[in-house]
Design a protein around this ligand. Structure first.
Ligand SMILES: [Ca+2]
Length: 172
């Protein structure tokens, strides 16, 4: 944006150079502040433990509280026609960080895994409890290519075979 302003000012000629110089300094200062603010927001976002991920758009929003995340997930669902398919948790008994996954429709009961989410590095090998929502059942895939599930409702404590080993979440 600063560059675009500079180009425009140059085309207007020398008379405006002094004005440009002061505006430019202000612009740089503003841009610097914006960058700093953005960095702060980025840090906040990573610190926020409870995220909603829309599986179709891959958009992620994060909150400090689980209730805020599930509330946001519900609002996304209400306005877009999608539904919350599942929430997965870092710790047993629905503790620690959480990821609430919204899907474009209630999972069709067609004996197929309809939605699949490859976890990012932050979430790989972390899931210790899950809750299924809507008509969705949750499948957990470790790196080995096996799968665990389906978890049809609440699973407060995953068995040792899959605990902290999930790399992909499937919803069917
Ligand atoms: Ca865990």
């Amino acid at each position: 944006m600063v560059r675009a302003g500079g180009t425009r000012t140059r085309s207007r000629g020398r008379r405006h150079l002094a004005v440009f110089a002061s505006l430019s300094a202000a612009a740089v200062f503003t841009a610097g502040s914006a960058q700093a603010a953005q960095a702060d927001r980025g840090a906040d976002e990573n610190a926020r433990q409870h995220c909603v991920l829309d599986i179709a758009s891959q958009q992620r929003t994060c909150y400090d509280e689980l209730s805020a995340a599930t509330g946001a997930g519900q609002r996304i669902a209400d306005t877009s026609g999608s539904v919350i398919g599942a929430t997965v948790f870092e710790d047993a008994e629905y503790g620690g960080a959480s990821l609430t996954i919204t899907v474009p429709e209630p999972c069709p009961k067609n004996d197929e895994v309809d939605f699949s989410l490859d976890l990012d590095d932050h979430w790989k090998n972390q899931i210790s409890s899950v809750q299924a929502w809507s008509t969705c059942w949750v499948w957990l895939y470790p790196d080995s290519g096996d799968r665990a599930g389906p978890y049809k409702d609440k699973a407060p404590r995953l068995s040792s075979g899959i605990n902290d080993r999930t790399v992909t979440v499937g919803l069917s």
